[in-house]
Design a protein around this ligand. Structure first.
Ligand code: SF4
Length: 218
């Protein structure tokens, strides 16, 4: 029985993703192959929202951004700005800890070719909403990519025209700061859409914002 607000391993709500998941369970029976849970404490002030599990990354290991390239830059940057501690080794048992930070995805199940359909993004928002709501200390969200940005904006019932996506930009959602970033995918970094300094710029702003609000006691 899944916990309230969290998808069970066999969440049936997106038929296309369920079919993909089932096929992966047959092909790769040792992989996680289920909706990937959020990583980090619900007491954190920062939530990072990605797109969806990568097939050989979070879908394989069961931890967001763990096992494929996107996590290397993300966890390295989180560590640099004091949001993670320990050595990231792309394994769920590498001992890495998040500090005052939690990571989730807009879509919990791996989509074919990393491309969830609009209906799947909308459906899985039923799990993003409670993920946000249960974080009582939440002060800032970093969204990775347009899909995550738009899904979070919709989760708050805000207008997209008034909360535009801009890399390293900040919008306010009521009392909450929304920082936007290009997704740290291999494609974006290989093509130069996102560079390491550009990504660090986002988290430097987040660090400063949170420290100005209240230095972390964690
Ligand atoms: S993407 Fe979300 S809503 Fe869709 S099947 Fe997976 S957990 Fe359920």
């Amino acid at each position: 029985m899944p916990a309230a607000g969290k998808p069970g391993r066999d969440c049936p709500r997106c038929p296309r993703l369920v079919a993909y998941r089932e096929a992966l369970r047959v092909k790769e029976p040792t992989w996680f192959n289920a909706p990937v849970p959020s990583f980090g404490s619900i007491d954190a002030r920062l939530l990072v929202v990605g797109l969806a599990p990568g097939v050989q990354g979070a879908n394989r290991t069961g931890r967001p951004f763990t096992g494929d390239y996107a996590g290397v830059l993300l966890y390295e940057t989180l560590s640099l700005y004091g949001f993670a501690n320990g050595k990231f080794d792309a394994r769920i048992d590498d001992g890495l800890e998040l500090i005052d930070c939690r990571i989730t995805n807009a879509v919990r199940c791996v989509p074919p070719e990393n491309k969830p359909l609009p209906v799947e993004i909308n459906t899985c928002r039923d799990f993003l909403n409670p993920t946000i709501a249960e974080m009582k200390n939440l002060k800032a969200i970093v969204v990775l990519g347009h899909v995550a940005h738009n899904s979070v904006v919709s989760a708050f019932g805000a207008k997209k025209s008034q909360t535009p996506f801009k890399h390293a930009g900040k919008n306010m959602l009521g009392e909450l700061a929304l920082f936007s970033s290009y997704h740290c995918s291999r494609y974006n970094t290989n093509t130069g859409v996102l560079t390491t300094p550009m990504f660090r710029d986002v988290f430097e702003k987040v660090r400063r914002y949170l420290d100005e609000k209240q230095p972390s006691a964690l």
